[in-house]
Design a protein around this ligand. Structure first.
Ligand code: ADP
Ligand code: MG
Length: 592
């Protein structure tokens, strides 16, 4: 059902509902599709606030960047304030995280680079986002696009906003904002750090704590490091999460550059195990710096400028550069703490006029109302349950207290993310390590689209029939019994896990007594060696995980050596490289 909005727009179906209002699909008079966010009444109650918001119209409406959800118009009609923006169909980053639990480190870097680039554009325009979190990153296919920039000021400045901030989960709130200071570009970078932490391991660093505790922890403790986060990524995270704004990276643009360079470097890093509870935060006075009151540790950039870091170079270790702050800090904190608690209690009361859609941080981590550090105490099983067929996250839920080793395996027969094997078997006692094998859908690259690093196949290949069956995407070479060793070698960048193909001699071979020896080497190690006779297809299915150089080599073994026999082809039919999405390199191997 369509409804007019102002004179130019028509509202269509509802798309969703958030803390700030409801979102509808719709179109303008020319039929161009947009999304419309109608701000809720409580937010637009204060005319001064709305007036100030509208003053920034030209700034917000003018901002364009591939990683931003563009704002096209602000419409005020009667009581209604609507933001007209790009329609983005792919759901938000929260939905993706809920579905996948954790993202590959390279993917974390890629998405982080996109969000940082968006922040750079926003900051450049003099706007602070104030509300960087997975809910505000919409996924346009694989492209992250930041939304709600400049809008959250309405929320935080309004009465309702203040209350909802406290009632919600301040998981992404920079320490200085917890102390009541103004938001700055640096506070957006801190929030980005929390967001990336969460993408890595599935939880925010201070999840599971009360609102007050979270605010206090942002100020007084460093996030615990989840097992498996690669060093380079952790370095960026802790830099973003420096307590003192001045100790964070200089600009969002710098962060974008650094993360961008990390994408390739992290290509082969496996998923970090999804956590339901973050590792214990490390109080600042336990960071090995003695009993000094230290505020802002660890801090400071790595010792050389990262903007000049070569792609593929490793992140240098950070210099420890702690700043000292007087004990007054503790006093301020205590005072503030009282204030926050009072407000928090007020907002939790029945006086709240409307129920708020409180942004949840993670489906796994309900906000606890107690200050206890861990809320979950389910007994660790001693006998292995059957988890085959379960989604990985559910399997992990069935194994509380255990940290199973996860092995991803390309398997098209089970749904992506499903456990396909377990060790120990169901019913067996859990003595040592638990291992789960998880099915992953493969990403496929045909070998015929990959440029060899050395050697070449015969481009004149005509016939790709082996024993009566035709194979597409075949590579091949003209051979005879006298063919000396020949080879083709690929750089596959450690980005693939499996090589599958069918080898054979083409059915039209001149010499039907021909037999070739086919050998395959992975980083110099022989992984396949078989004779390929005329008339018999030879299947190839090899594990090539972590392999950089793949060499395929052949040589004539027997056949009609006296009668020359050009016109026989060795064929590798349907030759496929299979890898996990996110691991498969997009360059330089697949440029054809
Ligand atoms: P709020 O920021 O007020 O909490 P959101 O921005 O999360 O609200 O919007 C609520 C829902 O509306 C989102 O989950 C999403 O499904 C949908 N939505 C928001 N903006 C867009 C958009 N630009 N394109 C498509 N859907 C959107
Ligand atoms: Mg939002």
């Amino acid at each position: 059902m369509e409804k007019p909005l102002g004179s130019r727009y028509r509202l269509g179906d509802p798309l969703g509902k958030g803390a700030m209002g409801r979102v509808f699909a719709g179109s303008d008079e020319e039929g161009k599709a947009f999304a419309f966010k109608l701000l809720r009444d409580e937010l637009v109650e204060d005319p001064d606030l709305v007036a100030r918001f509208l003053q920034e119209r030209s700034i917000l409406v003018g901002l364009r960047h591939p990683n931003l959800v563009g704002v096209h118009d602000l419409v005020v009609e009667g009581e209604t304030v609507a933001i007209v923006m790009d329609l983005v169909a792919g759901g938000d980053l929260r939905a993706r995280l809920t579905a996948e639990k954790t993202l590959l480190p390279a993917e974390v870097a890629r998405i982080g680079a996109g969000v940082a680039a968006a922040l750079a554009a926003v900051h450049q325009a003099g706007v602070v986002h104030r509300d960087v979190k997975p809910e505000n990153v919409l996924m346009d296919g694989t492209v992250p696009r930041l939304t709600d920039f400049g809008i959250s000021r309405l929320a935080t400045a309004s009465d309702l906003g203040r209350r909802s901030l406290l009632a919600g989960t301040p998981q992404y709130l920079a320490p200085e904002l917890g102390k009541g200071l103004d938001a700055t570009p640096a506070s957006d970078l801190y929030s980005l750090g929390i967001l990336l932490y969460e993408l890595c391991c599935g939880v925010t660093p201070f999840a599971g704590q009360s609102t007050f505790s979270v605010i206090r922890l942002h100020e007084s403790a460093m996030p615990g490091r989840p097992a498996g986060v690669p060093d380079q990524l952790w370095d960026v995270l802790t830099w973003l999460l420096a307590k003192r704004p001045a100790d964070r990276p200089e600009s969002a643009q710098q962060v974008a550059t650094i993360l961008d360079a990390l994408v390739l470097e992290l290509m082969n890093q496996p998923l970090v195990l999804p956590l339901t509870t973050p590792p214990p935060p490390v109080p600042l006075n336990e960071t090995g710096l003695g009993t000094e009151t230290v505020f802002g540790v660890p801090a400071g950039p790595p010792s050389r400028p990262l903007t000049t870091m070569p792609p593929g170079g490793t992140m240098p270790k950070r210099k420890r550069r702690g700043a000292r702050v007087a004990l007054i800090f503790t006093v301020v904190l205590a005072l503030l703490g009282g204030g926050w608690i009072a407000l928090n209690t007020a907002s939790g009361g029945s006086a709240a006029p409307t129920t708020k859609a409180v942004p949840t941080t993670s489906t796994d981590t309900p906000t606890s109302t107690s200050d206890s550090p861990t809320a979950t105490t389910t007994a660790t099983p001693t006998v292995m349950p059957n988890v085959v067929g379960k989604k990985l996250a559910d399997a992990q839920d069935a194994l509380p207290g255990l940290q199973p080793t996860i092995e991803d395996k390309i398997d098209a027969t089970a749904a992506d993310g499903t456990v396909i094997a377990q060790d120990p078997a169901a019913g067996a006692a859990i003595g040592g390590a638990v291992k789960l094998t998880v099915a992953r859908q493969a990403q496929l690259v045909y070998l015929d689209s990959v440029h060899p690093a050395s050697g070449q196949w015969n481009s004149g290949i005509q016939n790709t029939n082996i024993a009566g069956k035709n194979y597409l995407h075949a590579v091949g070479s003209e051979v005879e019994a006298n063919t000396d060793i020949q080879s083709v070698e690929y750089n596959i960048a450690k980005g693939f896990r499996r090589l599958t193909a069918t080898a054979g001699l083409d059915d039209n071979a001149v010499d039907s007594t021909l037999k070739m020896q086919l050998e395959i080497f992975a980083d110099g190690r022989q992984v396949f060696s078989k004779p390929v006779p005329y008339g018999t297809p030879v299947p190839i299915d090899l594990d090539i995980s972590g392999v950089l150089r793949l060499k395929i080599q052949w040589e004539g073994v027997s056949g009609n050596r006296s009668a020359c026999c050009s016109g026989s082809y060795l064929v590798l039919g349907t030759a496929e490289l299979l890898g996990l999405p996110g691991e498969v390199p997009t360059s330089p191997t697949t440029t054809s």
